[in-house]
Design a protein around this ligand. Structure first.
Ligand code: SF4
Length: 356
């Protein structure tokens, strides 16, 4: 109990005297802007997220502008951020608030939590930052700081761990200034009690931090999760006819849903000119159309959280238009306006979107 009081008091003192972490959304009280920043920051580093946040807020300054914008424009702005289900949920929630709640962002924690794409962390952040309500946030920074300071060894990724650290965070929360306290704790985890090489020598907690005193800083927090990385090989067919190439909107729910892509053939080994000529899936998609392989790109790689994508782009020329309703032709200009996953966008950037 004594350590709990020391923790909360010292944290706010550190915040008032030493915390100079700057972020465009810090101190923001507009729930819409807080929501946008929190969704962007899920799975995205702060530095990378800042540009996206500024562009998003400049283009869509409120729920109404986001709810009434074209999905293509929103996804284009999101391009490169990854985890596109975040964008899908953002659109659904903006529409819901606009249509069902007359544009008013909900104020009650339970109502915020009920919105699509909003979990307990984001609901607590919005409730405490926008409305100063006493809900403690629990993100990676908070887990780490609490586990180290109190020397707790309950793994943070178990349901027991989530329950335990959630209750601890809530008991430590300064109920008079929950927004300020929550932000201070996350800032502290990001700049002092960092995952690797924390700044223990200049930390105001070091005299009472259990991990520091027992030499367990690099050991805590514990995480039992073993992430199995799936390896996938993508062959993208860039099928060209009269300076147009064929694309479609990706419907598969695994990754990149609602973004655009070329014709995808997933294989165990990379395709070469010989195997392309006899590949039954390609022959079926191209509807028996005659084609010529113009070039095959270098192999590219992209690491996602649970899978590694490697692949290549096979530029094919066909002699007549493709008769396949799944795909539609686009010219160079249209190609530039479509939202693509980073894997394809970087290929197009390398090629400078030249179709011939
Ligand atoms: S002493 Fe080190 S491990 Fe402990 S809270 Fe401070 S920075 Fe984190």
């Amino acid at each position: 109990m004594q350590n709990q009081k020391f923790f909360s008091k010292t944290l706010l003192q550190w915040n008032d005297t030493e915390n100079n972490r700057q972020m465009p959304w810090k101190g923001e009280s507009d729930p819409y802007k807080i929501w946008i920043s929190e969704i962007i920051l899920q799975q995205t580093r702060v530095q990378q997220g800042m540009d996206y946040y500024n562009r998003f807020i400049n283009t869509f300054p409120d729920t109404q502008s986001l709810a009434t914008a074209s999905e293509k424009k929103i996804y284009k702005l999101w391009e490169g951020l990854g985890y596109y289900s975040r964008c899908k949920n953002l659109i659904a929630t903006a529409k819901f608030i606009h249509r069902e709640l007359a544009g008013e962002f909900p104020k009650k924690y339970e109502d915020i939590l009920a919105l699509k794409g909003i979990g307990s962390y984001t609901a607590s952040a919005i409730a405490s930052f926008a409305y100063n309500q006493p809900f403690a946030v629990l993100d990676g920074n908070v887990f780490r700081v609490l586990s180290r300071f109190f020397g707790e060894e309950i793994p943070i990724n178990t349901s027991e761990g989530k329950k335990f650290y959630g209750a601890l965070a809530q008991s430590l929360l300064n109920k008079k200034q929950p927004g300020k306290y929550n932000q201070a704790l996350m800032d502290f985890g990001a700049v002092i009690c960092k995952p690797a090489a924390p700044l223990c020598s200049q930390c105001p907690f070091k005299k009472k931090c259990v991990a520091f005193l027992t030499n367990k800083v690099s050991y805590l927090p514990l995480n039992t999760k073993i992430v199995r990385i799936k390896e996938r090989l993508f062959n993208y067919l860039v099928v060209e006819f009269e300076n147009q190439v064929y694309v479609h909107k990706r419907k598969a729910k695994d990754i990149w849903q609602n973004l655009y892509e070329f014709i995808l053939i997933e294989t165990k080994k990379p395709l070469d000119e010989k195997s392309i000529a006899v590949n039954e899936e390609i022959i079926k998609i191209l509807n028996q159309c005659d084609f010529k392989v113009k070039c095959i790109s270098r192999k590219k790689n992209q690491k996602l959280t649970h899978q590694t994508i490697s692949g290549q782009f096979v530029h094919l020329e066909i002699k007549q238009p493709l008769r396949n309703k799944e795909y539609f032709p686009v010219n160079q200009k249209q190609l530039k306006s479509l939202p693509f996953p980073k894997f394809i966008a970087s290929y197009l950037a390398d090629k400078n979107v030249s179709l011939n």
